[in-house]
Design a binder for this molecule. Sequence first.
Ligand code: NAD
Length: 295
Amino acid sequence: MRRIGFIGLGAMGGPMAANLARAGYEVHGFDLSRPLCDRAAEKGIIISGTAAEALAGSEALITMLPAGEQVISVWGELSTDFAKDILLIDCSTIDIESARVVHQIAKASEALSVDAPVSGGVAGAEAGALTFMCGAEELAFRAAKPILEAMGKRIIHCGGPGLGQAAKICNNVMLGVTMIATAEAFVLAEKIGLSHQALFDVASVSSGQSWSLTSYCPAPGLVSSSPANNDYKPGFLAALMLKDLKLAQDTASRLGVAIPLGALATQIYALYNAQGGGGMDFSGVINMIRGERQS
Ligand code: NAD
């Protein structure tokens, strides 16, 4: 496969498309933002005037868009031009229902489709080190895997259509909750007079251990990759954590499943966003827990 259409060249899509071009694919990209198209062109993307132009002649189409509404709209508008057996991959984080709607759009055109949301953030996108969580029939997954390998390190088949999105929201419930718990423990330690370093040394090798602690510690100076060391500049935006927790909450409500800690984490991130933290890294929630003003 040589030619790939790529729609959505934003914070994630831009570097992902650049990695595909670097791997030798002929990438035809489109975004509503002209400056983002110009930036992508510098990274080897051939810019199209419309999404339909990016699709024409491509053997695969990738979308990396804000939410389900945009993905349904783009796939719906392009569907009359989908060639039989074209491979369609949506890497956006969207609700499971919308993901299943777009799989149906693909099926109606006899196209192969994959929902493949990602974990790893902008740094992972730039480094080609994303984790892809794929929901697809076996044939579509096998076709997508080599393409995704040009943008990521771990490509996991989670099950049928929509189950990539399911894995994403379940993972981020764990992430949101453990980040808040870790932040609370560090603030409590500060008040008691226990040093950050001592808490880290103990918890990182004890039962309090988590990714939020050992890869992304919300207290500065303990983990080199942590946005805490850079005044909580993202990283992974608190606004996106809130988005993902809301998606999880909506799904849980629809299925009648109680996820009380997920619900509380949603409220805590809603408060952090309302106080002006939405543009900060999600680990910056520690500052709100400490009682600091956000803006
Ligand atoms: P972004 O806002 O930077 O990029 C989205 C791009 O889509 C924008 O450039 C926008 O102009 C473009 N767009 C919107 N509608 C369009 C249309 N109809 N046609 C063409 N282009 C269109 O967002 P992002 O941070 O790149 O995130 C993209 C997706 O990835 C989201 O679903 C997000 O939840 C998910 N995600 C983001 C991160 C992250 O750290 N930023 C991490 C994991 C997952």
